[in-house]
Design a protein around this ligand. Structure first.
Ligand code: ADP
Ligand code: MG
Length: 460
């Protein structure tokens, strides 16, 4: 039944979700009313329970028309980092491992402590987020270099490291890369990645079950603590208080702390002053929205990683059409790749335009001098001939200058070409008009609104 259930789930879930969360589940057995499934970690179990348990149950009951109860068993607590140890000293460590297993079995009877013990060991890093898979460009160079420096020499120069930047610009990726690199060099390093929400939830649970000491000790043992999205701690005083003490303990024992946020420390409302000032002790690095070149480079890298051929013109089309959120950019690429693979075609610009037609609204609509003249004349209720004339009454001069300004902004026409189309004016008159409006726009909100209004009419 499990194979069938997995096959069904594969159809309803995205491929990524399926391979990440469902594929690793192992069927251990079933009784009359219970299905037993092995999960790789406690974290995994929590996640699957939270997100996919009801779906799994539904699928099982659809197949068997029975309502199974699902029981999870956590596999060896940390198979990956345990492996190398075993290789080095097979006998001693092997025995220890067995012992650990036995102890674990014993503890299983008494569930809570086991969970906590295992939670301790899960670094909770996303192994896909590495420095190798990160594309650096002018927008993120500072944060990238700072992260590498921290990963190479933790707790020396930049402690804490505070990375801030908008949504989807790579903060979570970078902090995971720091953790992954340190762990790769030193598998025994005690590293933990926490979103500030998870930190808060665990703290609340510890308070409830009177396990604050355990909670504190766990954090204070870390060599590297990564806290993502600290802005969510805003206004949560108890959480900030606890984090403040954790921070101090780690800082004093020269352990590295990395924090991310969507804003500069001073701009996070509801963040206590003492935390804010501590963030300023170290290095604050920003990530800015990527330019088109960086976006193209990211698309190229991701398509290479997926072993998909993405032509340059398509990459440019996507990069120019996307917002600065790289998650959205990735989403576009995945959608395009899926389309290409489902239809068995190579990716082309035409295909990209078709697939993205609802997402990327083509900005470069061809707007002509004539269209602008017509729209401006209608807007001010004057005649087209008056607009093009040399009459120097104010009610004509202003619309004329606005029209000229917009022509310069939205068309490729040169100054002489524009002059030609405005009744044969020389190019210095045109330049003067453009400069004049440019200058006034900075100070005159009404004028600005008028120009915006006309442009809107042109685009609809
Ligand atoms: P944030 O935490 O800042 O909201 P994430 O780190 O979650 O953003 O990044 C969103 C997605 O974009 C992730 O899948 C990440 O791998 C990818 N990404 C962001 N920046 C880069 C980059 N410079 N190179 C490669 N991938 C990136
Ligand atoms: Mg993030």
């Amino acid at each position: 039944i499990w194979l069938e259930a997995q096959a069904n789930l594969k159809q309803v879930l995205t491929e990524q979700t399926y391979t990440t969360w469902i594929e690793p589940l192992k069927f251990l057995g079933a009784t009359a009313d219970t299905v037993v499934i092995e999960v790789p970690s406690v974290f995994f179990q929590k996640w699957v329970t939270e997100k996919y348990l009801s779906m799994i149950k539904e699928v099982l009951s659809a197949i068997t028309s029975k309502n199974y109860h699902i029981e999870f068993h956590v596999a060896d607590p940390q198979p990956e980092s345990a492996e190398p140890k075993v290789e080095k000293e097979p006998k001693a460590k092997g025995k220890e491992k067995d012992k650990e297993k036995e102890q674990d079995k014993e503890r299983e009877k008494d569930k809570e402590p086991v969970k906590d013990k295992k939670n301790d060991l899960v670094p909770n890093l996303n192994s896909k987020y590495t420095f190798e898979s990160f594309v650096s460009g002018p927008s993120n160079q500072f944060a990238y270099a700072a992260s590498q420096a921290v990963a190479n020499k933790p707790a020396t120069n930049y402690n804490p490291l505070f990375i801030y930047g908008g949504v989807g610009l790579g903060k979570t990726h970078l902090v995971n890369a720091i953790g992954n690199q340190i762990l790769a060099k030193n598998p025994k390093a005690k590293i933990c990645y926490y979103s500030s929400e998870k930190f808060m939830n665990e703290m609340i649970n510890s308070l409830r079950y009177k396990k604050m000491d355990e909670f504190r000790n766990k954090f204070r043992k870390m060599d590297l603590l990564l806290i993502d999205d600290i802005q969510f701690m805003a206004g949560k005083e108890a959480t900030q208080e606890e984090f403040f003490h954790t921070f101090n303990a780690l800082y004093e024992s020269h352990k590295q702390i990395v924090v991310t946020s969507d804003k500069f420390p001073k701009d996070i409302p509801g963040l206590e002053e003492r935390l804010r000032s501590r963030f300023e002790w170290g290095l604050i690095a920003d990530i800015q929205p990527p330019g088109v070149e960086t976006k193209v480079a990211i698309l190229k890298k991701k398509s290479d990683m997926h072993a998909v051929n993405l032509p340059d013109d398509v990459a440019l089309f996507l990069a120019e059409g996307a917002t600065s959120n790289i998650r959205e950019l990735e989403g576009m690429l995945i959608r395009l790749e899926a389309f290409a693979s489902l239809t068995g075609q190579e990716i082309t610009l035409g295909m990209a335009k078709e697939v993205m037609k609802d997402i990327i609204v083509e900005k470069t609509r061809d707007i002509s001098v004539e269209m602008i003249q017509k729209t401006v004349a209608e807007h001010f209720r004057i005649k087209l001939s008056e607009l093009k004339s040399d009459k120097r009454i104010k009610t004509l001069v202003v619309p004329r200058q606005i029209a000229i300004y917009i022509c310069r902004e939205l068309t490729k026409a040169s100054y002489p070409e524009i002059g030609e189309k405005f009744g044969g004016k020389d190019h210095s008159t045109i330049i003067h008009s453009v400069k004049k409006i440019e200058k006034q726009l900075a100070a005159d909100a009404d004028l600005k609104a008028t120009v915006e209004d006309i442009k809107k009419k042109l685009f609809t």
